[in-house]
Design a protein around this ligand. Sequence first.
Ligand code: SAM
Ligand code: SF4
Length: 423
Amino acid sequence: MNVYDSDRMLDLVNKKYFLVSSPDKADAILLNTCHIREKAAEKVYSEIGKYAYLKDNNKKLKIIVAGCVAQAEGKAMLQRQPVIDAIVGPQMYQILPDILLDKLNNKKIFLDFDEEKKFKKLGYDRKKALISSFITIQEGCDKFCSFCVVPFTRGSEFSRNLDDIVQEAISLTDKGCKEIILLGQNVNAYHGTTKRNSQASLAQLILELEKIKKLDRVSYTTSHPKDMTQDLIELHGNSKKLNPYLHLPVQSGSDLILKNMNRRYTTKEYLDIIEKIRKKVPNIALSSDFIVGFPGETIKDFKDTLKLVKEVKFAQSYSFKYSKRIGTKAYNINCNLSEEEKDDRLQELQSLLNDQKKCFNKSFLEKEVEVFLKGKGKKENQYRGTTKWMQTAIFECNKNKVGEKVKLRINKAFENCLMGELL
Ligand code: SAM
Ligand code: SF4
C-alpha cells in the first residue's frame, strides 16, 4: 500500500516536482514509512540522520516524513529529529502540495483521519500506469488483532466508492495497464457505495472491473479469513479475469494462539475455507502470513503451525518473528521465548514453506505460461515479469518488451522464481 501511496503522492506534486536519481539532487525528500514491525520503524530515524546534512548545501531542501511511523510518533518524532519539516499521516497526504508551497503557516504536523477528503482530492485520474498496477480500495481496520498497529495508524475501516475505483481502473488501462491488484488492509471486508447508494461487496466490484475490455487480470490483497464470503469464493470458480491466487493470512496453526491474537476464527474454519476454494480452483496458489513467537506460544503451538502448513501446502508466504508494538493489547503480555528460540522456530517454518514454494513452482516445468513483463532482470538482456499465479518469471531476450505480455516455456523452477524461454 505504501507503493500505491507513494505513486499518488507523486501524482499530486507532478506539476512542480519530478523524481531525481539521488538525495543530494533533491529539493524535497519524502520518507514514506511503515510501522508494522519495530525494525521497520527504527530504520526511519537512521534514514533521516543520513539526509539531515544535505540541508547545509541546499537551504530550500524539505524533509517530510509520511506514513504510519509519522502517524504513530507525531510530535515525538519532531522532538527527536527537529530537522524534519513536516510529519504527515497516511490519511492526510493530500496536503503535500500545500506543504511544499509553504502555505500552512508553519504548521508541521498533519495526522487527521479523513479518508473521504483524501480520496476526493486524489481523484481517479492516474498520471502513470504499469502493466500491473495497484489500486487501494479499502483502508484501515476494525478487527484489533492483539499484536497489530494498523487500527491505530491507518484508522478505522473505510471503503472507497465503487464508481471512483472503476474510473481509476479505466484511467490505468487507458495507459497500458493490463492487471490490477486491489489493495486493502482487509480488502475482502470491502463494502463501498455505488451510484444508486447501495453497498457493493468485493465480488461485485470485481465483476464491474471485469467489464473493462483492456483489463486482463484482477487480484486482491490482503484478505482476512473472517471476511472470505461465499460470493467471493464462488467468483474464483466463475471469473475469467480473477487470478488463481489467494493471500489469506492464518498467522498461527494453534487455536489457543489464534484466540489470544483475537483473530476470530479457528484452524478448522480456516481449513474449511481452503477446502472450498480448492474445490473451485484446484491449482490456486495459496499464500499466508505467519507470526512465530507470539507471547505464550509453546512448542506444541508451534508444531500445530507446522502441521497446518503441511496440510495446506502454500505456494507463497511471508513469515515474521513477533514484534512487540506499543499501544496494542499484546504489548503488556510477557514473552516467554528468547530471541534464539524465536529465530530457530522462524528458520524451521521458513525451511518448510520454502520447500513448498519450490514444489509448487516445479509443477510448472515444461509448461507454457503467460507473463506480464514488469522490468529488467539482474543480468544484461534479462527480463522479469509475473504469471497469473503471482510467481516471478525470468527470461532472456534481445528486445526490451517491458510493459508487454509474453509467453514462456518454463525450464527451471526455484523457490522464488521460474525461468523460461520466450516462445
Ligand atoms: N489484515 C491482514 C490480516 O488480518 O491477516 C494482515 C495485514 S498486516 C498489515 C500484515 C502482516 O504483518 C500480518 O499478517 C502479520 O503477519 C504481520 N504483523 C502485523 N503485526 C505484527 C507484529 N506485531 N509482529 C510481527 N508481525 C506482525
Ligand atoms: Fe492488523 Fe489484519 Fe488484524 Fe486488522 S485484521 S488488526 S490489519 S492483522
